[in-house]
Design a protein around this ligand. Structure first.
Ligand code: CP3
Length: 347
């Protein structure tokens, strides 16, 4: 039997009219799900991602339970880094910790290249399993963006102010741009392999780049993002950009050769349209709203959907990942609401 893939998400990403507004949630596969929590008691993140059957199951769970319009591959933005020589460990309660942080140009030059078939075959196997056999919605592949990856590689772990990262960027521009080059190369190769294996869209997570102002973004980051998106453009899949607290960069993203501008909750969709964002937008319910009573969730979701319907090209999502304390029933109810409300309003 030929599997029917629901392509609503891809159409919206390309800015086409859809029968309803598609929806998925960042971190939809994760700690808010009891089935996932049970698996997590036995295995770490990296242990799960090394087992394609199990990783595919975790990726599929929210699609089956919430009826979302896209799946996102379960893995971390840190997943490709060991392949280029970064010693990263995910420490519980802390996050990614790196024991050989970047301190100099010599450290940057020591970084290697990724060969996805040899270094991360389990990622490609999971994608094949999902896209050739299991999913009835498109699979989103992803990677962390150079700034966000560099922030962990330079700080040695999570950071509040990115002081070391910025100090490195401002004082060692040559080493900085060399690092951006290496990470761009890795990202392009890694993402292309995900697309070849079956990913139908790509999201680039530059979660922490909002820490930079527009001028520094243009000088230190935009050229490398331009290089990445220009290379990925050849693959003909929708490209999505995302960052937190990065409203001041929305117009910069709109300029880049990509398809979808991700918005967190700080900038309304109609405000983004007014300042000149003309691409498809993705977002942007504050994830904290999911902890409020249903009436509040519905009212806020409606406001976002109405703004999204005013212009073709809206993918409903949160402004950042699902919190662990969110009740899965809430995500299910919200998905149904988004689908039903926009199907009626689009007629
Ligand atoms: C901050 C952090 C990172 N990596 C990690 C942390 C700290 C812990 C945590 O947040 O759970 C470690 C991590 N990342 C992930 C886990 C699995 C645990 C979980 O959700 O229970 C764990 C333990 C899943 C993930 N981590 C990520 C995904 C993929 C994206 C998605 O599912 O939407 C998953 C499944 C992506 C990720 N990972 C990271 C960033 C900045 C991003 C981009 C998205 C964002 O800003 O939150 C770095």
């Amino acid at each position: 039997m030929v599997r029917q893939i629901n392509e609503t998400f891809l159409k919206a990403a390309r800015g086409e009219q859809t029968d309803y507004t598609p929806v998925w949630y960042m971190r939809q596969a994760g700690r808010s799900q009891p089935e996932y929590r049970e698996i997590k008691e036995k295995y770490s993140l990296f242990e799960i991602t090394h087992q394609p059957e199990l990783c595919a199951y975790v990726t599929r769970l929210p699609v089956e339970q919430y009826d979302v319009d896209a799946a996102i591959l379960y893995k971390d933005i840190m997943s490709p880094l060991p392949a280029i020589g970064v010693d990263v460990e995910i420490k519980s309660g802390i996050g990614p910790v790196i024991s050989n942080p970047i301190r100099s140009l010599a450290d940057v030059e020591k970084l290697g290249e990724i060969h996805p078939e040899e270094d991360v075959p389990y990622v490609l196997d999971t994608i094949k399993l999902l896209t050739e056999e299991q999913l009835n919605v498109p699979l989103i592949g992803f990677a962390g963006a150079p700034f966000t990856l560099a922030s962990y590689m330079i700080e040695g772990g999570p950071s509040k102010n990115y002081n070391k990262t910025k100090a490195f960027m401002y004082s060692e521009p040559k080493a900085w741009f060399a690092l951006m080059d290496k990470l761009a190369e890795m990202t392009i190769t890694y993402v292309k392999s995900q697309i070849k294996a079956g990913a139908r869209a790509i999201q680039i997570f530059d979660s922490w780049v909002g820490a930079l102002n527009v001028q520094d973004y243009r000088y230190f980051i935009k050229p490398v993002m331009n290089r990445i998106f220009s290379a990925l453009r050849e693959e003909n899949v929708p490209l999505i950009m995302f960052g937190v607290g990065a409203s001041h960069l929305a117009l910069e993203w709109n300029d880049l050769p990509l398809d979808v501008v991700g918005l967190d909750w700080r900038l309304q969709i109609e405000e983004a349209r007014q300042i000149g964002v003309h691409k498809t937008v993705q977002g942007n319910l504050d994830p904290a709203i999911l902890l409020a009573p249903w009436e509040v969730i519905e009212e806020r979701a409606k406001a976002i959907l109405d703004q999204g319907l005013a212009h073709p090209g809206h993918i409903f999502n949160l402004g950042h990942g699902v919190f662990p304390s969110v009740n899965p029933e809430t995500l299910k109810r919200l998905t149904t609401f988004v689908h039903e409300y926009t199907a009626i309003n689009k007629r």
